[in-house]
Design a protein around this ligand. Structure first.
Ligand SMILES: [Zn+2]
Length: 352
């Protein structure tokens, strides 16, 4: 017969000293398993003299219950302690900055300028609308008063995708599409990509961005056009900027004007520190867009939607967004805007 009290004391000491839940499993096998002394004792009770069976069985069962209870308590304690330790070790401080901090990007120069232009015209009461880059010949040319023989319609000057379907050569088709959807008055600007089969050089690429503008209302005159573009020029290039209109020609405006702004670099003098101003090439003026009064023939295409050219008039303009970006950021070559060279783009991280 083993000394059950000594066995109990030894087991309790071992269980109390265990540091991991896995050790307790080994102790459970050693002291309570099938081959343990205690289990053997309980099994062999029948071999004892009858007067010993009751007391020994009672004592052995007490020891077994005590050890099982102690194992249960210690297991719970150790598992809780391990959980606490893991929680402490794995804690992530989400208030710390990322490591390494991610570089924050910024909008491309063309996008920055486009947004500035949109903001200025929104402030003047215009809405921003966008249209399809794949366009019908009708909207790109015909309804914009381009006669059938107009050279811009030739494949040398326009990308055709199918008969009478092309990549728009300007954002002007949205003039017609917008007027088909909305009766006068209408005040819209149309930013977007346009396409022309040009061989790339410092001032030409086959894809670039335009911002078209259209205003149609009663009693609109060329003075309204000039005032609108003067407000734009002052906000884009500086409060002292002046605007100059020169006669021009476009099929869909009559009269048509080329619009210059006074050079914001040399103040219109043509000189910077006694050198010829590089921005205006010494002219004192910079051409920024073409515009004019909407040709009554254009309004005739949407006359059914309320554009009676006896009652309403309008002005329109088309402006190259890259051209403005090149002026503002002093980018010497248009192609640089599309090379995605971060050494150039990172110089202009002003953000959105
Ligand atoms: Zn200048």
């Amino acid at each position: 017969m083993p000394d059950l009290q000594q066995l109990r004391a030894e087991a309790e000491a071992a269980i109390g000293a265990a540091e991991r839940a896995s050790e307790l499993e080994d102790l459970r096998v050693r002291y309570l398993g099938r081959k343990s002394e205690l289990t053997q004792t309980l099994r062999s009770i029948g071999e004892l003299p009858p007067e010993q069976r009751g007391p020994v069985g009672k004592q052995a069962n007490e020891v077994r219950r005590a050890l099982e209870a102690l194992l249960g308590r210690r297991t719970a304690e150790l598992e809780a302690a391990e959980l606490d330790r893991r929680l402490a070790e794995d804690r992530v401080d989400i208030t710390l900055p990322g490591d390494p901090p991610l570089p924050a990007g910024h909008l491309h120069l063309v996008s920055q300028i486009r947004r500035r232009m949109e903001d200025i015209f929104l402030g003047l009461g215009f809405s921003v609308v966008e249209g399809p880059e794949v366009e019908y010949e009708y909207y790109n040319f015909t309804a914009l008063n381009h006669p059938p023989e107009h050279p811009a319609r030739l494949p040398q000057d326009t990308f055709y995708l199918a008969e009478r379907v092309l990549l728009r050569t300007h954002t002007s088709p949205m003039q017609i599409r917008a007027m088909e959807l909305q009766q006068p008055p209408i005040y819209i600007v149309v930013p977007g990509r346009v396409y022309r089969p040009d061989t790339p050089d410092a001032t030409h690429v086959p894809m670039f961005h335009q911002l078209e503008g259209l205003a149609v209302d009663e009693d609109i005159t060329l003075a309204d056009l000039q005032g609108c573009l003067l407000q734009f020029a002052r906000q884009m290039f500086g409060e002292d900027t002046k605007v100059r209109l020169r006669p021009g020609y476009f099929p869909f405006t009559e009269p048509s004007v080329e619009v210059d702004v006074s050079c914001f670099r040399c103040g219109g003098s043509g000189f910077v520190a006694d050198e010829r101003c590089p921005t205006c090439k010494g002219e004192g003026w910079i051409e920024i867009l073409g515009s004019g009064m909407v040709d009554p023939n254009v309004l005739d295409y949407v006359a059914a939607n309320g554009y009676d050219n006896e009652r309403v008039q309008g002005f329109a303009w088309g402006m190259g967004i890259e051209r403005i970006a090149m002026l503002v950021y002093e980018v010497p070559d248009l192609r640089m805007l599309f090379e995605n060279d971060l050494r150039l783009l990172d110089q202009f991280g002003a953000g959105p």
